[in-house]
Design a binder for this molecule. Structure first.
Ligand code: THU
Length: 124
């Protein structure tokens, strides 16, 4: 599956976002190494800080389905991932992330998105 195909799926699923407060709909799709695609959207809440980003709903779903960090090939997101979601992408060991940013399509590694990241090794 190409980056453009993954982004097209992310665009399509963004329509299911629950974002009545920001009205900013975000879609995320993750291609797993087994070929399956897991999709997610942002889900907001009247208590604003409780809202959850599209990346996190996606990986939450993936974990429930039985996937684990390292099981993913690429994530495609309709927006630039926020700082917290970059930490999630690092935790999930996603090697590459493709996203839209101001009309451009950007492809980056997690190390580029989040240099010198905090990870399990720091807890040892
Ligand atoms: N949002 C995401 O879903 N992912 C990101 O990485 C950036 C921000 C959502 C959160 C909120 O529902 C809306 O975009 C506006 O910030």
């Amino acid at each position: 599956m190409t980056d453009e195909e993954l982004l097209a799926r992310a665009d399509a699923i963004a329509a299911r976002a629950y974002a009545p407060y920001s009205e900013f709909h975000v879609g995320c799709v993750v291609l797993a190494r087994d070929g399956n695609v897991i999709e997610g959207v942002n889900v907001e809440n009247a208590a604003y800080p409780l809202g959850i980003c599209a990346e996190r709903t996606t990986f939450g779903r993936a974990i429930v389905e039985g996937y684990r960090p390292g099981d993913f090939e690429v994530a495609a997101i309709t927006a630039s991932p926020c700082g917290g979601c970059r930490q999630w992408l690092a935790e999930m060991q996603v090697p590459r992330v493709v996203f839209r940013n101001g009309g451009r399509v950007v492809s980056m590694t997690v190390d580029e998105l989040l240099p010198e990241q905090f990870d399990a090794g720091d807890l040892a």
